[in-house]
Design a protein around this ligand. Structure first.
Ligand code: ATP
Length: 613
């Protein structure tokens, strides 16, 4: 059994390394000495979590609470120490160092159990119960362990290892190189639980690992990575891309949502459920868990966004409707959109997004009714449909939803042979208030997480200069001047992802499109993630350096007049040497993870599209 101190020594080492490759190698070496259960646990802990992204398992414990607790119990001037050391982990390390008693380190699993207990403490008096657990645990920890323990519970463990890097690490640890990358990405694509994938890899030997990974299949309850959609420059390009009949569906503008349903009685499925599902079930959780306390239902329904966030509680009407459908298990891919049931028309995107909230759900349900328009099905009655052709999946979906009317509806699909037919359907969709159409190749499987030309979006913006909006992550902000200085934030620095260098490349400063309430909300959220220096994998040219750096966490959608070459950046080629002309914020805090932002390759494609036309 590995000790927590070993893991903390590893964290310390990872922090000191600059290169991603070195970090991956270091972690791979460490994991080789762990058993498969430890690998599963470490896969979550390395991201500062106790469970995969789609399981609600937040610590909900602030640095402020910890500082208060420490000043009461140590008699130290904790606030000043915090200011000096620059971070909560170092603060606790300094205090613990003075208590010079060496303690025997706890096992990784023991710490994991304690972390779960903190997560599971909620309701009245939660803070004082959490405080008691934290103090009890801290008393058993060495200085280095306390440093990483408090960073974890305060949500500040920032090791900078992405999901992609972790998959590389699994490959390195098993076969010594990155040759398992593709098969690992496919496995994670159909079963987006990084710990489960890690466990499967470490249960296998060199000979059986490929087969074991290929056998990983869709399981209701565990999200599948959402398939992404490619963009084109013009209607003519569609006919160049597709030589035969295509499927055309309306493009809904709302919240991407996977609807999972499974039977609690399905013993076969339960056998396959992941280790930690049963672990979670055995815990006295006060929040909903996957086998929730709603004993009156014999099925479970869960809703996940493309960002792997569990949004089940936000849409009770969709959950109820899914329960009523006669099929006992399925995974549907859909877009949730605000819907006026009296007039039978769509509400705006902004109205739909008001439903993305944790409180006052019942009253918002009345103000903003919604419908989930389903355009794909990935699992039905015990069988995965992920590898079936698109046309066959859509037929199966019609079988499930053709007569339904209510909170879950079937998205229309037509078959088209010519660009003229596509254009006609596009015009009809736009006149109904939709954003455009999605054109899909009839053949080919679902391809989780992938973006290629088998699925193409044709948006109203196709006739505009930019072809499509750009998703960026905020890596810093500027304090602003004049009226904006009241908010302490005047503009933000947006970055795209560079796959070649594995960096976030800052390409422009965005200062327009931000109303006062957005500025306030942004400042509040971003200041919780502010940093003294940029994280290792952020690149920026000197003249764009922000006043405050922030951890890359919040994803925004940005529109602009055009993509331009950035002269001051030509040597460094940060962001492909490109920038945006007149960028403006369209949406702050998107339903996307940093792994989903626009890439340098995509922005170069978009730039070239317009150069050609
Ligand atoms: P992207 O998905 O390209 O990263 P984005 O989130 O801004 O960017 P859009 O440009 O709006 O997305 O287009 C793709 C999205 O459209 C899909 O992710 C999905 O949420 C939504 N969508 C709406 N209707 C459909 C449909 N019929 N088929 C597939 N996706 C659809």
């Amino acid at each position: 059994m590995r000790k927590y101190i070993d893991l903390c020594n590893l964290f310390e080492k990872l922090e000191s390394l600059q290169s991603r490759n070195e970090m991956s190698l270091e972690l791979a070496t460490f994991l080789k000495e762990c058993n498969s259960e430890e690998v599963q646990i470490i896969s979550y802990m390395i991201q500062g979590r106790v469970a995969p992204m789609f399981v609600k398992s937040e610590f909900n414990y602030s640095e402020k609470s910890l500082l208060k607790l420490l000043s009461q119990h140590t008699g130290e001037d904790v606030q000043s120490l915090r200011k000096e050391s620059g971070d909560i982990g170092n603060t606790v390390y300094e205090i613990w160092k003075k208590q010079d008693s060496t303690k025997e380190s706890l096992g990784i699993k023991e710490i994991y159990e304690i972390l779960w207990e903190i997560v599971n403490t909620s309701g009245i008096g939660a803070i004082s119960r959490k405080n008691a657990l934290i103090l009890q645990c801290l008393q058993k920890l060495n200085p280095l362990e306390s440093k990483y323990f408090v960073r974890t519970i305060c949500g500040q463990l920032r090791l900078g290892l992405s999901m992609r890097s972790l998959l590389d690490v699994f490959s390195l640890a098993t076969v010594g190189d990155k040759s398992l990358k593709v098969i690992l990405e496919q496995a994670y694509g159909v079963c987006a639980d990084i710990g489960y994938i890690g466990k499967k890899v470490f249960e296998s030997d060199r000979e059986s690992v490929v087969e074991n990974l290929s056998n990983i299949s869709a399981i209701p309850g565990t999200p599948i990575l959402s398939r992404l959609v490619q963009r084109v420059a013009s209607f003519d390009e569609i006919s160049e891309r597709f030589k035969s009949t295509v499927l055309v569906q309306p493009k809904f503008d709302g919240l991407r949502c996977q609807i999972h349903k499974w039977s609690k009685k399905d013993t076969e499925l339960k056998k396959n459920l992941l280790l930690w599902f049963s672990y979670l079930d055995s815990k006295p959780r006060q929040t909903n868990n996957l086998f929730s306390s709603e004993k009156s239902f014999d099925c479970e329904v869960r809703l996940y966004t493309r960002n792997l966030e569990d949004v089940t509680e936000m849409f009770p009407e969709i959950v109820d409707y899914a329960r009523e459908l006669k099929q006992s298990s399925f995974i549907l891919d859909s877009e949730i959109v605000g819907w006026n049931y009296k007039k039978n028309n769509f509400l705006s995107y902004q109205e739909t997004m008001q439903r993305r909230r944790k409180y006052s759900i019942e009253s918002k349900m009345v103000d903003v009714p919604v419908k989930a328009f389903c355009f794909d099905i990935l699992y039905l009655s015990g069988d995965s449909l992920v590898n079936k052709d698109t046309i066959d999946r859509v037929k199966a979906l019609e079988g499930v939803l053709v007569h339904t009317q209510g909170s879950i509806s079937l998205a229309e699909s037509i078959e088209a042979e010519t660009t003229k037919q596509i254009k006609k359907y596009f015009d009809k969709s736009v006149s109904m208030g939709l954003e455009g159409v999605i054109v899909k190749q009839l053949s080919g499987g679902y391809r989780p997480g992938l973006r290629n030309y088998e699925w193409i979006k044709v948006k109203k913006s196709i006739e505009k200069d930019l072809v499509d909006t750009i998703d960026m992550v905020i890596v810093g902000y500027y304090k602003g001047s004049g009226r904006r200085s009241d908010f302490g934030l005047g503009a933000i620095l947006g970055a795209i992802y560079n796959g070649e260098t594995d960096t976030y490349d800052a390409i422009c400063k965005i200062g327009t499109g931000m109303k006062d309430e957005i500025l306030k909300d942004m400042k509040e959220k971003l200041s919780q993630y502010s940093l003294k220096t940029p994280v290792k994998n952020v690149r920026v040219v000197d003249n764009l350096k922000p006043d405050i750096w922030v951890e890359p966490k919040y994803v925004i959608t940005v529109d602009a007049d055009e993509i331009t070459k950035n002269i001051s950046n030509m040597d460094l080629l940060i962001g492909g040497g490109l920038s945006l002309r007149f960028p403006r914020l369209i949406e702050f805090d998107r339903d996307k993870g940093v792994e989903d932002i626009t890439t340098v390759t995509e922005i170069l494609d978009m730039y070239n599209m317009r150069k050609k036309s």
